[in-house]
Design a protein around this ligand. Structure first.
Ligand SMILES: Cc1ncc(COP(=O)(O)O)c(C=O)c1O
Ligand SMILES: Nc1c(O)cccc1C(=O)C[C@H](N)C(=O)O
Length: 407
C-alpha cells in the first residue's frame, strides 16, 4: 500500500481518538506540542469567564465561590488520572523548575545521611541547573548517569540520596524504563524524582503502580494548558508525612488563615503547595484537561504510537538522508520523533515557512512533536512531503544561517 493509502487507512482505524474538533488549530501542521500544546477550544471561553465573572464580578469571593482555593488539588487529581496517581497525591502551581527544586530538596531531607544526587546528564538543562544549584546550597555532590546506566551505578554505591531522571528524553524522544530505574533506586535506598514533562498526557506512567516516590511535569506540553501553565508535583501517599520542601509557603500550611508566624505543614498533599498559584493559567489548564474527559491515557498512547511510527516510516521512505535518532521500537519511544541533519536548523525554518512547525535543538536535531489528539496520519505525511520538498529545493541550506530561534 502506498503512503497516501496507508495514511487514510490508519486515520480510519484511529478515528475514535481523532479529537481535532476539541481544538482551535491554525492552518498547517503543528508538530511542536511537546513544547507548547495546541489550544483546546474550551479554553478561551473558560478564561473569559474567570476574568470577567470570577475576577471582574466576584473578586475575592472567588477563592471560595469559584473553587480557586481548591484548584491546585482539584486540577492535580485530574492530571493524576493521566499519570496513574490515585486522588490526593498531585498538586499544581509552580513552574516545573521550582517544582523540581522543591521535590529534590524534600527528597534530600528524606535521606539525610546520603550525600549524592544522581541525574541524567542529557536532562533538560533546567533540571541540571536546578540540581547543581541545590547541591551547591546543601553540600551534596552530583553524579551523572544515563537512565540505562543508573541501575548498575546504584548497585555499586550506598551514598545516593536521590535519582533525578526524565521519563522521555527531550532531545531523542527515548522513553526510559521507569519501573526498572525506580526499582533499582529503591534497592539502593534512594528516592526517585521523575520529570514527566514529555510524558504526561501522551504516555502512560502508572506512578502508583511502580511506586514512584516523587514526580514533576509541565502543564503546557501534552496537557495543553497554555504558555506558562503551572507544573504539577506528585508526592506518593507514603512520603507525604515526611515531605519537607525547602521553600515553605503559606498555601502549604496546615492552617493558612491562622496566619501563624511559624510554618506547620498540612498533613496531606496540600503541603506541596507553594504560594498563590497563577489562577488564570491554572484555570486555563483545568479547562484544557477537558480534552481528556472520557479518554483513557492508553487510547492516547495507541494513537501517538501509530502516528510516530508512521512518521518514521514516511521519513525512511521519503527522506532517507535524514537520520532518525528516535527509537524505532514503539515501547522505547515517547511522543516525538527527532532527526539529525547538519542543516537541521535550516530545515526547521524552511518547514515553518511551508506551514509545518517543528523545532530545532542544537546542534543538529529537527524535532517533530506529536500531540496525538489533534494530529492525523495525513498531517504527518504532509509534513514529511514538505520536508522532501525542502531538501529537494535546497531550502534548508539557504536558511541555515545564524541560529536565532528561541524555540
Ligand atoms: C523535561 C523538562 N523539564 C522542565 C522544562 C521546563 O521547565 P519550566 O516550566 O520551569 O520552564 C522543560 C521544558 O521547557 C522540559 O522539557
Ligand atoms: N518552556 C519553554 C519556553 O518557556 C520557551 C520555549 C520553549 C519551551 C519548551 O518547553 C522547550 C521544551 N521543554 C523542550 O523540550 O525543548
Amino acid at each position: 500500500m502506498d503512503l497516501t493509502s496507508r495514511a487514510a487507512a490508519l486515520d480510519t482505524e484511529h478515528r475514535d481518538t481523532d479529537l481535532r474538533h476539541l481544538f482551535r488549530l491554525p492552518p498547517g501542521v503543528y508538530l511542536d506540542g511537546n513544547s507548547l500544546g495546541a489550544l483546546p477550544a474550551a479554553v478561551p471561553g473558560a478564561v473569559h469567564e474567570v476574568v470577567d465573572r470570577h475576577w471582574g464580578q466576584d473578586l475575592i469571593a472567588s477563592w471560595n465561590r469559584h473553587g480557586w482555593w481548591s484548584a491546585p488539588q482539584r486540577v492535580g487529581d485530574r492530571i493524576g488520572r493521566l499519570v496513574g496517581a490515585a486522588p490526593g497525591q498531585v498538586v499544581v502551581g509552580d513552574t516545573t523548575s521550582v517544582a523540581l527544586f522543591q521535590a529534590v530538596s524534600a527528597a534530600l531531607t528524606l535521606r539525610p545521611d546520603r550525600r549524592a544526587i544522581v541525574i541524567d546528564p542529557a536532562s533538560f538543562p533546567t533540571d541540571l541547573y536546578v540540581v547543581a544549584g541545590l547541591a551547591e546550597l546543601t553540600g551534596h555532590h552530583v553524579v551523572t548517569a544515563s537512565p540505562d546506566g543508573i541501575p548498575a551505578l546504584l548497585d555499586s554505591r550506598s551514598d545516593v540520596a536521590v535519582v533525578v531522571a526524565s521519563h522521555v528524553d527531550f532531545r531523542t524522544g527515548r522513553l526510559w524504563d521507569l519501573p526498572t530505574v525506580t526499582r533499582a533506586a529503591h534497592r539502593a535506598g534512594a528516592i526517585t524524582v521523575w520529570d514527566l514533562s514529555h510524558s504526561a498526557g501522551a504516555v502512560p506512567v502508572e506512578l502508583d503502580r511502580h511506586e514512584v516516590d516523587l514526580a514533576v511535569g509541565c502543564g503546557y506540553k501534552y496537557l495543553n494548558g497554555g504558555p506558562g501553565a503551572p507544573a504539577f508535583t506528585y508526592v506518593g501517599h507514603r512520603h507525604q508525612a515526611g515531605y519537607v520542601p525547602a521553600i515553605r509557603a503559606w498555601h502549604g500550611h496546615a492552617e493558612p488563615f491562622a496566619m501563624e508566624p511559624t510554618h506547620r505543614f498540612a498533613d496531606d498533599v496540600a503541603r506541596a503547595r507553594g504560594g498563590t498559584p497563577p489562577m488564570l493559567s491554572l484555570l486555563a489548564l483545568e479547562a484544557a484537561l477537558g480534552v481528556f474527559d472520557g479518554l483513557d491515557i492508553d487510547d492516547v498512547r495507541r494513537r501517538s504510537s501509530s502516528l510516530t511510527g508512521f512518521l518514521i516510516e514516511a521519513l525512511d521512505e521519503l527522506a532517507p538522508e535524514v537520520e532518525v535518532v528516535t527509537p524505532r521500537d514503539p515501547e522505547a519511544r515517547g511522543s516525538h520523533v527527532s532527526v539529525a541533519h547538519p542543516q537541521a536548523y535550516g530545515m526547521s525554518q524552511a518547514l515553518i515557512a511551508r506551514g509545518v512547525t517543528g523545532d530545532f535543538r542544537a546542534p543538529d536535531l529537527l524535532r517533530l512533536g506529536v500531540g496525538a489528539p489533534y494530529l492525523t496520519h495525513r498531517d504527518v505525511l504532509h509534513a514529511v512531503r514538505q520536508l522532501r520538498a525542502v531538501l529537494d529545493g535546497g531550502e534548508a541550506e539557504a536558511l541555515d544561517g545564524p541560529r536565532r530561534t528561541v524555540t
